[in-house]
Design a protein. Sequence first.
Lengths: 263, 817, 214
Amino acid sequence: MKEKIMLVDLSKCTACRSCQVACKNWNGLPAVPTINSGTYQNPPDLNAKTYTLIRFQELEARDGAMKWLFRNDKCFHCTDAGCMKACPVPGCITRTESGAVVLDSTKCIGCKYCYHACPFSVPQFDAATEKMYKCHWCHDRQAEGRIPACAKACPTGTIQFGDKDAMLALANKRVKELGGDASVYGDKHLDGTHVVYVLTEKPEVYDNLPVHPKISPLIFLWKDVLKPFSMLTFLGGLGACALYYLIKGPKRPKFEEGGEKHE
Amino acid sequence: MTNHWIDFRNSDCILVMGSNPACNHPVSFKWIQKAIDKGGKLVCVDPRFTQTAAKSSLYAPLRSGSDIAFLGGMIKYILENNLYFEDYIRQYTNATYLVNPEFKLPGDNDGVFSGLAGTKTREGYVSGKYDRATWSFQMNDDGTAKKDLTLQDPNCAFQLLKKHFSRYTVEKVVEITGTPKDKLLAVYKSYAATGKPDKAGTILYAMGWTQHTVGVQNIRAMSIIQLLLGNMGVAGGGVNALRGEANVQGSTDHGLLFHILPGYLKTPTASMPTLADYNEKNTPKTKEPKSANWWGNTPKYSASLLRSFYGAEVPLDDAYSYLPKIDDGANYSWLTIFDKMYKGQFSGFFAWGQNPACSGANANKVRQALAKLKWMVNVNLFPNETGDFWKGPGMNPAEIDTEVFMLPCAASMEKEGSISNSGRWMQWRYKATNAPGVAMPDGEIISELFHKVRELYQKDGGPVTDPILKLTWDYGKAFDPHAVAKEINGYFLEDKEIDGKLYKKGSLVPAFKFLQADGSTSSGCWVYCGSYTADGNKSAKRGKDDPTGIGQYSNWAWAWPVNRRIIYNRASVDLSGKPYAPDKPVISWDGTAWKGDVPDGPWPPLASEADGKLPFIMKPDGVASIFGPGLADGPFPEHYEPLECPIEKNPMSPQFVNPTVKRWEKDGVPELDKRASCDPRYPIVCTTYRVSEHWQTGVMTRWTPWLLELQPEMFVEMSRELAELKGFKNGERVMVKSARGEVNAVAIVTPRFKPFTIAGQIVHEVGIPWHYGWRYPNPEKKELRSANLLTPSIGDPNTMIPESKAFMVDVIGKEVK
Amino acid sequence: MSSTVKNSSYELIDVTTPFERLVHLAFAGSCILLFISGFSLMFHSLSFITNIFGGPYVTKYVHNFSGLLFAVSGLFAVVIWFKEGAIFNADDIKWFMKGGGYLWTKEGIPPQGRFNAGQKMYFVLKAATWALMSVTGIIMWFPYFFGRELTIFSYPLHALGVASLAGAVVVHGFLGSLGNPGTIQAMITGKCTRAWAKLQHAKWLKEYDEKHGK
């Protein structure tokens, strides 16, 4: 399967929430209890039973011009995926050929490393099962030659899914058409995310969207420096002791003659 | 719709007013987006900055109930800047017609048209009725109307239009609507640019325009604009109602409203005792030589309908005598029904696929009316506020004698049949799954009921024996939707030769032009004739080809009439049949035949002397109405304030409210039909609307967990300024009160609502969705959550549709009682 | 209490109290469990080791609860051995200059207290990493409660602790057993031979004899 990209063109989103419902439908996820807290956004955030969410943001310019931004939030399926880097269980977070970063919740041990390692705080913990959950890019649908449920359901063409080069070309074309502050977001981050936005505003305008998403250098320090180093010191210690024992031998105390031995 | 959903993509300027398609018709936005991608403009005018506004290039706010002022100003702008399509209005409208010199405009007549009889009060006329004698045209001896082709005569419709709307200056419009002047003019400029022959503008509207005391005149105002700009009959143009229910178009087509029979034939009245009387009264006549006057075929359709009801053996006159007749001038619509029900005039009531306890304006009155019934049958998928009204808030079951029967029915995917969308497309649907438990499709329920009623009549007789026993009912013991669809299409009841071709008895009629007045044909709904023929069930077709290139998709499903996708399309070409917009032609004449859509009348172009016909074939004179004498409240739209409004005087004239509306606070139930206008207790304008996630009163959607999760609760949207004034925080629980009731809601404080300046004073507006009710979730709490508990029972004088979009409220903190 | 022959090099003398042995068992035992479980979760290639405990899900629990034991027992360890383990003097410097007698020379090593300089070094290192691992460990256990900043710093700091300690623990274990026969008994039976004490901790032996009137 070729590498794919999901292009989310925010200029076309009308916040109908078909994507949210289609995702729950396909994955058999239940609704969670919610209240109206003064916004259309519900549930208020991603959670273990909500893999994708439309975020609403009202914006008033100084000249009074009103904007209401709608953003489809989900896992970005990064090439350099922080979650995959941090996960301690082999085979729990894997990548498919198309670029999906799949978190196999059955293998998850609930350590929650992935949550902070993710630049977008995407994976969500379920206290009842003690596991993390997130969008898996409908890799099961992709295996059958279908597109992810959210893309299938989206009525306005906001969410499109296709071969990487074609989608990127489309994204750049759309940004040119829109002009103004429009930009492509994701293709240059984290070695390229597989969910790519066409933003209509500058990235810094959007709530909860890091302008330069990256895996924290502390994670890099942890996994790429200190982790191998600790193996080095461990083996070093072992080696030093082995070497010492072979060369110098044990340091035995001297037992003197002349003392009475117990019989 | 005169056009259809996909056709939106052909528009150069889409005006969204009185609707919110991005939110409530989300799939349609695909086509709107395509128009934008091709360079079209999306212009949104709404009291609130909506999802549609968020996608528009231009948004203008306006106070609920001031649309005619807004549109009137646009008419003035178009006329004084010469942006109208002159050839079009001269050829295809009655702009040239000379009006009776006795006719008076509101500007010269205390805000009303000539001929009004009513009671004069401080607020102007109330309970008025027009004698429309002066709303007539000057006639030639040959029976045709006198016309001035130069459009200069001060009595011609065009000049009267100009004079009438000369009062709608920008300053006056701003004073009434509260729209900032620059935004107002920007909208006018954008939309009026579609007056060029090759440009098309379309209007997408819904309840935001219709649910007013001036609802019909709102639509009239836009129709006049569309005619001035030459936007009727063209691709990307038209007057397009976004219907709020998947099959409401079908329901009106098939005559579910009291005043019409299937196919928009008029319901017979007591003063038409015979079929001949009926045909005489209801068949328009014309002397205009170029008018097709298609309603002149009424006797063919009435006869075919009667045959469909009573079969070939019952004489037509007998069949006609079996039809119920309504009293002349009486109104049997929704508001009247519940008023009479409250007054104890109904024993029983079928609440069939509806939830009046939540959907009826002034819902307290509706709920109390239900308590007066002896019995009620509630046919619905889920228990609801109507069927369970007797245990609702404020109800004491011990005092209520209504016996309620719940008949669970199938949902749309659990039965086979067709629905007709806003674009008049009849689309067949198959059954995907069985209904649960004992739920049955509506057709089967009706079928069983009818068979039982007939059985009882055979045994015991009753008051209408023949009308019941002589009804044909050939749909099988178990209801067969195909049999019904064929019946709707119609049959030849005897061998008939037409134009040299023989049509055999029992064969399906291919098109309504073959229907006969002599009783040799039947048709359950003449506009659907041609939908199910010897070629099969056309509504089930799923062809994806579109050789027209303008998104007609004529092989996908079937549109009435005769699969014509854009009606009045003869207005899209000039007199010789050449399209005004060559890059998006609807029809074009190639010398011998029409290419493209089904032409709205097969006749050659008008330039062809003898045979050409005018495009507006459903109007007696073949032309569209600039001057429209057929409505109850005026031949031109005039701005009147809503029944409940925030200001003391109508800035436009001394006539405060539409003089012809029925004033229920006098004739209804005074303690329930309260009105509070310019009342300091209710200083805030309130409007109602929908959300994407819920539908109608939420009887299905509140029971769907994924949807309830998205929009769990009743809310009220208000401006930051109002919230600060009242001390409300975002997310706080408040109460909205009107003169008629109160509801609990969560406050959504938002910059998308802004205060208006109306006639010099600050006016706040709030908005509420109407999807919620006490029955679910949390029925035990019996919370007041239905928007219609607040709305007034006043209706448009033409349709009696309630004014749910503009009334007065106050918003208070929950603790204050 | 002594056994066998008094004053002979074989005489067994008490070097640790039962409480000290208990604390060390808890501290060292939990430390070993932490290392095994920790390494099995730290390195994908060592993930098979989690099978000892019954899979990675159980291993995380073993690690977390061993960590609790580590934190508590470590507190006792630091408290009871602080005086002997954290205070350095001139002899300790000399000890280092002589490589502790382990490396380039065996002669001239100044007599050591119960903790020689190397052991003191180990104590300090162990105390520091105990604090570091306990705090970062608790933060890593409840990443939502402690928030992004604290947690994301804890991850590399926790690994730093591992890096600091991994080699040191191996050396401590080696020197406490194979490297210095007679040592491990100190932490099992609580006794050591006079000969061992004379070789390893002569200064402490002197103080011991003085205390027991010798």
